[in-house]
Design a protein around this ligand. Structure first.
Ligand code: FE2
Length: 321
Protein backbone atom coordinates (compact mmCIF):
# COMPACT_ATOMS: atom_id res chain seq x y z
CA UNK A 1 0.00 0.00 0.00
CA UNK A 2 2.76 2.35 1.03
CA UNK A 3 4.66 1.56 -2.23
CA UNK A 4 1.56 2.32 -4.31
CA UNK A 5 1.17 5.63 -2.54
CA UNK A 6 4.84 6.53 -3.17
CA UNK A 7 4.59 5.59 -6.87
CA UNK A 8 1.46 7.66 -7.27
CA UNK A 9 3.12 10.56 -5.50
CA UNK A 10 6.08 10.43 -7.87
CA UNK A 11 3.77 10.30 -10.90
CA UNK A 12 1.81 13.28 -9.64
CA UNK A 13 5.03 15.21 -9.05
CA UNK A 14 6.23 14.40 -12.58
CA UNK A 15 2.86 15.43 -14.06
CA UNK A 16 2.91 18.66 -12.08
CA UNK A 17 6.49 19.35 -13.25
CA UNK A 18 5.50 18.70 -16.88
CA UNK A 19 2.56 21.07 -16.56
CA UNK A 20 4.88 23.67 -15.00
CA UNK A 21 7.37 23.20 -17.86
CA UNK A 22 4.61 23.78 -20.43
CA UNK A 23 3.54 26.89 -18.54
CA UNK A 24 7.15 28.15 -18.33
CA UNK A 25 7.69 27.48 -22.05
CA UNK A 26 4.56 29.50 -22.83
CA UNK A 27 5.79 32.32 -20.59
CA UNK A 28 9.21 32.23 -22.27
CA UNK A 29 7.62 32.36 -25.73
CA UNK A 30 5.46 35.27 -24.62
CA UNK A 31 8.49 37.08 -23.16
CA UNK A 32 10.48 36.46 -26.36
CA UNK A 33 7.61 37.90 -28.46
CA UNK A 34 7.36 40.91 -26.14
CA UNK A 35 11.12 41.47 -26.40
CA UNK A 36 11.02 41.19 -30.19
CA UNK A 37 8.11 43.62 -30.31
CA UNK A 38 9.98 46.00 -28.01
CA UNK A 39 13.11 45.83 -30.16
CA UNK A 40 11.01 46.40 -33.31
CA UNK A 41 9.28 49.35 -31.67
CA UNK A 42 12.66 50.80 -30.65
CA UNK A 43 14.01 50.44 -34.22
CA UNK A 44 10.89 52.11 -35.61
CA UNK A 45 11.26 54.91 -33.10
CA UNK A 46 14.93 55.43 -34.01
CA UNK A 47 14.10 55.40 -37.73
CA UNK A 48 11.33 57.95 -37.16
CA UNK A 49 13.72 60.17 -35.20
CA UNK A 50 16.34 59.89 -37.94
CA UNK A 51 13.83 61.14 -40.51
CA UNK A 52 12.96 64.10 -38.31
CA UNK A 53 16.57 65.36 -38.17
CA UNK A 54 17.24 68.41 -40.36
CA UNK A 55 19.29 67.76 -43.52
CA UNK A 56 22.96 68.63 -43.29
CA UNK A 57 23.93 71.80 -45.16
CA UNK A 58 25.25 71.02 -48.62
CA UNK A 59 28.96 71.50 -49.29
CA UNK A 60 29.75 74.68 -51.24
CA UNK A 61 29.50 74.03 -54.95
CA UNK A 62 32.86 74.55 -56.63
CA UNK A 63 32.03 74.09 -60.30
CA UNK A 64 30.89 77.33 -61.86
CA UNK A 65 32.27 79.51 -59.08
CA UNK A 66 35.14 81.99 -59.45
CA UNK A 67 38.57 80.49 -60.05
CA UNK A 68 41.55 82.75 -59.41
CA UNK A 69 45.24 82.23 -60.10
CA UNK A 70 47.96 84.33 -58.49
CA UNK A 71 51.55 84.54 -59.62
CA UNK A 72 54.37 87.05 -59.30
CA UNK A 73 58.09 87.72 -59.40
CA UNK A 74 58.74 86.62 -62.98
CA UNK A 75 61.52 89.22 -63.27
CA UNK A 76 61.39 89.76 -67.03
CA UNK A 77 64.52 88.47 -68.68
CA UNK A 78 65.51 86.72 -65.43
CA UNK A 79 62.48 84.40 -65.78
CA UNK A 80 63.05 80.67 -65.31
CA UNK A 81 61.98 79.15 -68.66
CA UNK A 82 61.13 75.68 -67.30
CA UNK A 83 59.23 77.06 -64.31
CA UNK A 84 57.26 79.48 -66.47
CA UNK A 85 56.43 76.74 -69.03
CA UNK A 86 55.02 74.55 -66.27
CA UNK A 87 52.94 77.45 -64.98
CA UNK A 88 51.69 78.24 -68.50
CA UNK A 89 50.67 74.61 -69.11
CA UNK A 90 48.61 74.63 -65.90
CA UNK A 91 47.08 78.00 -66.76
CA UNK A 92 45.89 76.58 -70.10
CA UNK A 93 44.04 73.86 -68.19
CA UNK A 94 42.68 76.11 -65.44
CA UNK A 95 41.70 79.13 -67.60
CA UNK A 96 40.91 81.24 -64.52
CA UNK A 97 38.25 83.90 -64.23
CA UNK A 98 40.83 86.14 -62.60
CA UNK A 99 44.61 86.28 -62.87
CA UNK A 100 46.54 88.36 -60.36
CA UNK A 101 50.10 89.37 -61.18
CA UNK A 102 51.75 90.31 -57.92
CA UNK A 103 54.53 92.51 -59.24
CA UNK A 104 58.17 92.21 -60.32
CA UNK A 105 56.93 90.97 -63.68
CA UNK A 106 59.68 93.22 -65.06
CA UNK A 107 63.15 92.94 -63.59
CA UNK A 108 64.15 96.57 -64.19
CA UNK A 109 67.83 95.78 -63.73
CA UNK A 110 70.81 97.64 -65.17
CA UNK A 111 70.51 101.43 -64.98
CA UNK A 112 67.27 101.05 -62.99
CA UNK A 113 69.04 99.08 -60.24
CA UNK A 114 71.64 101.61 -59.21
CA UNK A 115 71.53 100.39 -55.61
CA UNK A 116 72.87 97.02 -56.71
CA UNK A 117 76.62 96.54 -56.76
CA UNK A 118 77.05 95.77 -60.45
CA UNK A 119 80.17 93.82 -59.75
CA UNK A 120 79.89 91.33 -62.59
CA UNK A 121 80.22 92.02 -66.29
CA UNK A 122 77.48 89.45 -66.98
CA UNK A 123 75.05 91.54 -64.95
CA UNK A 124 75.21 94.32 -67.50
CA UNK A 125 74.48 91.98 -70.42
CA UNK A 126 70.69 92.44 -70.31
CA UNK A 127 69.24 95.74 -71.40
CA UNK A 128 65.93 97.20 -70.22
CA UNK A 129 64.77 96.77 -73.81
CA UNK A 130 65.43 92.98 -73.54
CA UNK A 131 63.66 92.91 -70.17
CA UNK A 132 60.59 94.67 -71.61
CA UNK A 133 60.55 92.44 -74.71
CA UNK A 134 60.68 89.29 -72.57
CA UNK A 135 57.93 90.48 -70.22
CA UNK A 136 55.74 91.45 -73.18
CA UNK A 137 56.25 87.97 -74.64
CA UNK A 138 55.23 86.35 -71.35
CA UNK A 139 52.13 88.55 -71.08
CA UNK A 140 51.19 87.71 -74.69
CA UNK A 141 51.07 84.05 -73.66
CA UNK A 142 49.01 84.40 -70.47
CA UNK A 143 46.63 87.11 -71.66
CA UNK A 144 44.28 84.85 -73.70
CA UNK A 145 44.03 82.38 -70.81
CA UNK A 146 42.32 84.57 -68.17
CA UNK A 147 39.05 86.50 -68.29
CA UNK A 148 40.47 89.44 -66.32
CA UNK A 149 44.00 90.34 -65.25
CA UNK A 150 45.16 92.59 -62.41
CA UNK A 151 48.78 93.70 -62.02
CA UNK A 152 50.22 95.02 -58.74
CA UNK A 153 53.31 97.17 -59.04
CA UNK A 154 56.32 95.47 -57.43
CA UNK A 155 59.38 97.09 -55.97
CA UNK A 156 61.21 96.40 -59.25
CA UNK A 157 58.63 98.26 -61.39
CA UNK A 158 58.77 101.05 -58.77
CA UNK A 159 62.46 101.50 -59.60
CA UNK A 160 61.40 103.43 -62.70
CA UNK A 161 59.72 106.09 -60.53
CA UNK A 162 62.74 106.33 -58.24
CA UNK A 163 65.04 106.58 -61.24
CA UNK A 164 62.90 109.35 -62.77
CA UNK A 165 63.03 111.29 -59.47
CA UNK A 166 66.80 110.84 -59.40
CA UNK A 167 67.22 112.70 -62.70
CA UNK A 168 66.74 115.95 -60.75
CA UNK A 169 64.27 117.46 -63.16
CA UNK A 170 62.86 120.64 -61.70
CA UNK A 171 59.21 120.13 -62.62
CA UNK A 172 56.98 117.33 -61.34
CA UNK A 173 55.28 117.13 -64.75
CA UNK A 174 58.61 116.41 -66.43
CA UNK A 175 59.46 113.78 -63.82
CA UNK A 176 56.06 112.16 -64.39
CA UNK A 177 56.57 112.30 -68.16
CA UNK A 178 59.91 110.52 -67.76
CA UNK A 179 58.38 107.97 -65.39
CA UNK A 180 55.47 107.24 -67.69
CA UNK A 181 57.74 106.83 -70.69
CA UNK A 182 59.62 103.97 -69.04
CA UNK A 183 57.02 102.68 -66.55
CA UNK A 184 55.56 99.17 -66.75
CA UNK A 185 52.05 100.31 -67.62
CA UNK A 186 53.48 102.10 -70.67
CA UNK A 187 56.18 99.71 -71.93
CA UNK A 188 53.93 96.69 -71.44
CA UNK A 189 50.88 98.41 -72.99
CA UNK A 190 48.70 97.40 -70.06
CA UNK A 191 45.80 99.71 -70.95
CA UNK A 192 45.63 98.28 -74.48
CA UNK A 193 45.76 94.77 -73.05
CA UNK A 194 42.87 95.56 -70.68
CA UNK A 195 45.08 94.83 -67.67
CA UNK A 196 44.43 96.98 -64.61
CA UNK A 197 47.60 98.29 -62.94
CA UNK A 198 47.82 99.12 -59.22
CA UNK A 199 50.65 101.45 -58.32
CA UNK A 200 52.33 100.87 -54.98
CA UNK A 201 52.25 104.58 -54.10
CA UNK A 202 48.47 104.93 -54.50
CA UNK A 203 45.51 103.65 -52.52
CA UNK A 204 42.98 101.36 -54.20
CA UNK A 205 39.35 100.60 -53.35
CA UNK A 206 38.61 100.44 -49.63
CA UNK A 207 42.24 100.39 -48.55
CA UNK A 208 43.77 103.36 -46.73
CA UNK A 209 47.23 101.83 -47.15
CA UNK A 210 48.95 102.36 -50.53
CA UNK A 211 49.57 99.34 -52.74
CA UNK A 212 46.99 97.04 -51.11
CA UNK A 213 44.17 95.54 -53.23
CA UNK A 214 41.31 93.34 -52.02
CA UNK A 215 39.56 90.58 -53.95
CA UNK A 216 36.91 88.36 -52.35
CA UNK A 217 38.01 88.65 -48.73
CA UNK A 218 41.74 88.45 -49.44
CA UNK A 219 44.20 91.37 -49.53
CA UNK A 220 47.07 91.40 -52.01
CA UNK A 221 50.24 93.45 -51.61
CA UNK A 222 53.65 93.03 -53.19
CA UNK A 223 55.94 93.75 -50.26
CA UNK A 224 54.94 93.15 -46.67
CA UNK A 225 57.56 91.24 -44.72
CA UNK A 226 60.99 89.93 -45.63
CA UNK A 227 61.69 88.19 -42.32
CA UNK A 228 62.47 84.49 -42.01
CA UNK A 229 58.96 84.04 -40.59
CA UNK A 230 57.41 86.32 -43.18
CA UNK A 231 54.03 84.55 -43.34
CA UNK A 232 53.50 84.97 -39.59
CA UNK A 233 54.60 88.59 -39.75
CA UNK A 234 52.32 89.15 -42.77
CA UNK A 235 49.17 87.68 -41.22
CA UNK A 236 49.81 89.53 -37.95
CA UNK A 237 50.39 92.80 -39.79
CA UNK A 238 47.31 92.44 -41.98
CA UNK A 239 45.03 90.88 -39.33
CA UNK A 240 43.19 89.55 -42.38
CA UNK A 241 43.65 87.09 -45.22
CA UNK A 242 46.65 88.32 -47.17
CA UNK A 243 48.73 87.29 -50.18
CA UNK A 244 52.18 88.82 -50.38
CA UNK A 245 55.10 88.34 -52.75
CA UNK A 246 58.65 89.68 -52.81
CA UNK A 247 60.38 86.98 -50.75
CA UNK A 248 60.31 84.57 -53.73
CA UNK A 249 59.62 81.77 -51.26
CA UNK A 250 56.30 79.90 -51.15
CA UNK A 251 54.57 80.09 -47.81
CA UNK A 252 51.26 79.47 -46.11
CA UNK A 253 50.33 80.12 -42.50
CA UNK A 254 46.77 79.80 -41.18
CA UNK A 255 45.96 81.25 -37.77
CA UNK A 256 42.79 81.61 -35.75
CA UNK A 257 42.31 84.79 -33.73
CA UNK A 258 39.48 85.54 -31.37
CA UNK A 259 38.75 88.79 -33.20
CA UNK A 260 39.08 87.66 -36.79
CA UNK A 261 38.37 83.93 -36.81
CA UNK A 262 40.37 81.89 -39.32
CA UNK A 263 42.75 83.98 -41.42
CA UNK A 264 45.90 83.11 -43.33
CA UNK A 265 48.88 84.46 -45.24
CA UNK A 266 50.04 82.99 -48.53
CA UNK A 267 53.07 83.55 -50.75
CA UNK A 268 53.08 81.86 -54.18
CA UNK A 269 56.87 81.84 -54.59
CA UNK A 270 58.42 83.12 -57.80
CA UNK A 271 58.99 82.09 -61.43
CA UNK A 272 62.44 83.62 -61.87
CA UNK A 273 65.88 82.04 -61.86
CA UNK A 274 67.13 81.18 -58.39
CA UNK A 275 70.57 82.77 -58.30
CA UNK A 276 70.75 86.32 -59.68
CA UNK A 277 74.23 87.74 -59.54
CA UNK A 278 73.23 90.47 -57.11
CA UNK A 279 72.92 87.71 -54.51
CA UNK A 280 76.57 86.99 -55.25
CA UNK A 281 77.70 83.79 -53.46
CA UNK A 282 74.76 83.71 -51.05
CA UNK A 283 72.47 80.70 -51.79
CA UNK A 284 68.82 81.71 -52.00
CA UNK A 285 65.93 79.70 -50.58
CA UNK A 286 63.57 80.73 -53.36
CA UNK A 287 60.91 78.37 -54.69
CA UNK A 288 58.81 78.24 -57.86
CA UNK A 289 55.04 78.05 -57.76
CA UNK A 290 51.72 79.87 -57.89
CA UNK A 291 48.40 80.04 -56.02
CA UNK A 292 45.02 78.83 -57.19
CA UNK A 293 41.80 79.74 -55.39
CA UNK A 294 38.26 78.45 -55.81
CA UNK A 295 35.76 80.99 -54.51
CA UNK A 296 32.26 79.72 -53.80
CA UNK A 297 29.18 81.89 -54.20
CA UNK A 298 28.83 81.53 -50.43
CA UNK A 299 31.99 83.65 -50.12
CA UNK A 300 34.02 80.75 -48.76
CA UNK A 301 37.13 79.80 -50.64
CA UNK A 302 39.92 77.27 -50.90
CA UNK A 303 43.40 78.57 -51.73
CA UNK A 304 46.30 76.23 -52.33
CA UNK A 305 49.97 76.64 -53.13
CA UNK A 306 50.96 74.78 -56.29
CA UNK A 307 54.70 74.03 -56.18
CA UNK A 308 56.75 73.81 -59.37
CA UNK A 309 59.87 71.73 -58.75
CA UNK A 310 62.61 71.45 -61.36
CA UNK A 311 60.18 72.65 -64.03
CA UNK A 312 57.45 70.17 -63.10
CA UNK A 313 54.18 71.40 -61.64
CA UNK A 314 52.81 69.32 -58.79
CA UNK A 315 49.33 70.53 -59.78
CA UNK A 316 49.40 69.36 -63.39
CA UNK A 317 47.95 65.90 -62.70
CA UNK A 318 45.01 67.47 -60.83
CA UNK A 319 44.22 70.15 -63.40
CA UNK A 320 44.49 67.81 -66.36
CA UNK A 321 41.43 65.88 -65.11
FE1 FE2 B 1 60.91 89.91 -56.86
Amino acid sequence: MAEKLTERGVQMTVEMQKAKNVELAAQLAAETRRREEAVEALEKSRAANRKKRPALPKAPKLKGDVVEVTTGDWHGNKVDPAGFSAFLADLKMIQPDRLILGGDILDCGGFLAEHHALGYVAESADSYEDDVATANGLLDQVQPLASEIHYLEGNHEWRVERWALGQKLSHAKDIELLRRTFAAEHVLGLADRGIRYYRSGETHGDSHVPGWVKFDDVWFVHRLSRSANSARAAVQSAAANVVYFDTHRADYLPVRKIGTGHIAAWNPGCLCRFQPLYCQTRPTEWTHGYLVRWISRTGKFLMINVPIINGISLGSSIFSK
